[in-house]
Design a protein around this ligand. Structure first.
Ligand code: NAD
Length: 488
């Protein structure tokens, strides 16, 4: 574990670096961002290997959702940085005449970025892009639960940056606590709501501004008029991506009861198509990050799932598909209609669809963060909206329907960080769009321009000459009240 004197020393080095003023220079920032882009491009193979070791991430997923996203983010920021960083002339109110008013973007100073394990490169580097673009120094704390990625990022950053500008501090909760005991100028945290509260409390002692990128249960509504095949393919894809270990994964499905059976059958077909009936042998499916999360997820399976199936050769569907009836009694925690197999030795959990668990079941309490998909029937869109609004505001919300009026209703009557209509996950894939939560799923935004703004203090300055003076602002205020009332 890192000691307090070492943390203080790292921080002090960054303060000195920041105070040198070098990060105010836009060309310097561009140079650093280009160096970061080069490092990530040159380290692509090593990054994919580390992600494979930590999470069994397939190469396509690792590239598309980590390396590729970060590269696109840096390129976009580089293309716009000069215009974002320019002082902006603002409108002048009549009470301020004669003058000009300017907004000066200035960096906060020394920032702390804490990341989780599920996207260990993306969730550390994407915020760093905003921090560097805005002219800050950063200490990065990766997650201890993705150790290969953490060690690799530490090496990459050490080779790329002066430690006064960017330093990686590896370690677990104690390390994060040691860092949080210090005074930073901005804290950017991505992770669970539980730790988010700890981070916010630590920030409060110095009144440090924070962004909290948290999680939660992201619902997916499927209306009766939805394109069932497309909905099934996309929802299942979103749940299987990184084995469901995504903050914006569709957590559960609220489906119109009239099409529930058709949707489940289409999802079973999609699963077979993706993994050729044998997900465990597929190179295209990730593993659970560690034994603790594996056990947590197994405990959520109805009746403990299909059990440890290391010797099993193929995935199963329940007789629901073959015979059209369910042979397992409907339990409080639902019926497994696809998957359920687990293998503790390889941390494998099959993509598992659970039909109709009770809203009070364990599955429906906390964010699942794994490949289990509860499907709950609802009688109407009203019921789906009421269900969502009775729970904490989600990070993402997905709605499958062809009906524009229904789309508008869900948009107007629910709140969420962001989401998609007729798709899942892909709203995160663009650096043009800001990303962040609302309510229990967090606050603050980043990606692209929003990342620059998050790490920037907009300083408003009024400029005027000493020549002209507004006499009525000074005492005695004989006519001042009247004139001011006329002006404002
Ligand atoms: P976590 O909260 O356990 O850990 C996140 C980070 O906090 C890690 O670096 C960890 O070392 C550190 N940490 C752990 N305990 C701490 C403590 N007591 N004090 C200070 N720091 C501490 O989260 P996780 O398990 O790594 O990630 C999963 C969670 O993150 C899920 O809830 C998921 O939804 C959320 N998440 C959110 C986003 C988003 O963009 N909103 C993205 C990915 C993950």
């Amino acid at each position: 574990m890192i000691t307090t004197p070492i943390v203080s020393e790292i921080l002090q080095r960054q303060r000195v670096f920041y105070q040198s003023g070098i990060t105010r220079d836009i060309a310097f920032r561009e140079h650093q961002l280009k160096a970061l882009l080069r490092t990530i491009t040159d380290s692509e193979v090593a990054i994919l290997e580390a992600l494979k070791t930590d999470l069994g991430k397939p190469g396509f997923e690792a590239y598309a959702s980590e390396v590729g996203l970060v590269r696109a983010e840096i390129k976009y920021v580089l293309a716009h940085l000069r215009s974002w960083a320019r002082p902006r002339r603002m409108p002048v109110h009549i009470t301020q005449l004669p003058s000009t008013v300017w907004s000066y973007p200035e960096p906060y100073g020394v920032t702390l970025i804490i990341a989780p394990w599920n996207y260990p490169l993306l969730l550390l580097i994407a915020p760093l892009v905003g921090a560097l673009a805005a002219g800050n120094c950063s200490i990065l704390k990766p997650s201890e639960l993705a150790p290969c990625s953490s060690a690799l990022v530490a090496r990459m950053m050490a080779q790329t940056f002066d430690p006064g500008l960017v330093t990686v501090v590896e370690g677990g909760p104690e390390t994060a606590e040691a860092l949080l005991a210090e005074q930073f100028d901005y804290i950017f945290y991505t992770g669970s709501s539980r730790v988010g509260r700890i981070v916010m409390q630590a920030a409060a002692q110095y009144l440090t501004p924070v962004t909290l990128e948290l999680g939660g249960k992201s619902p997916c509504i499927v209306d009766a008029d939805a394109d069932i095949e497309a909905a099934a393919k996309r929802i299942v894809w979103g749940k299987c991506f990184n084995a469901g270990q995504i903050c914006i994964a569709p957590d559960y499905v609220l489906v119109d009861e009239r099409i529930k059976l058709a949707l489940i059958e289409a999802m079973q077909r999609a699963l077979r198509q993706y993994y050729n009936g044998n997900t465990e042998q597929s190179p295209d499916y990730s593993r659970i990050v560690n034994a603790g999360h594996f056990q947590r997820l197994c405990a959520l399976l109805p009746h403990g799932g299909a059990g440890d199936q290391s010797s099993r050769q193929a995935d199963t569907d329940s007789p629901l598909l073959a015979g059209g009836t369910q042979c397992i009694d409907q339990g409080w925690d639902g019926v497994i209609v696809a998957g359920g197999e687990t293998n503790a030795a390889t941390l494998y959990i099959a993509p598992t669809i659970i039909d109709s668990p009770s809203p009070d079941s364990a599955l429906m309490q906390d964010e699942i963060f794994g490949p289990l998909l509860p499907v709950l029937p609802v009688q109407s869109l009203d019921e789906a909206i009421a269900f969502i609004n009775a729970r904490p505001k989600p990070l993402a919300l997905y709605h499958f329907t062809r009906n524009g009026v229904a789309q508008e209703r869900v948009l107007r009557e629910t709140s969420c960080g962001g989401g998609c209509i007729n798709d899942v996950l892909v709203h995160f894939s663009s650096p043009y769009l800001s990303f962040g939560g609302v309510g229990a799923s967090g606050f603050g935004k980043y990606r692209g321009r929003a990342g620059f703004d998050t790490f920037t203090h907009e300083k408003t300055i009024l400029k005027r000459s000493a020549l002209f003076d507004i006499w009525f602002r000074y005492a005695p205020y004989k006519h001042s009240y009247k004139i001011t009332k006329w002006l404002m």
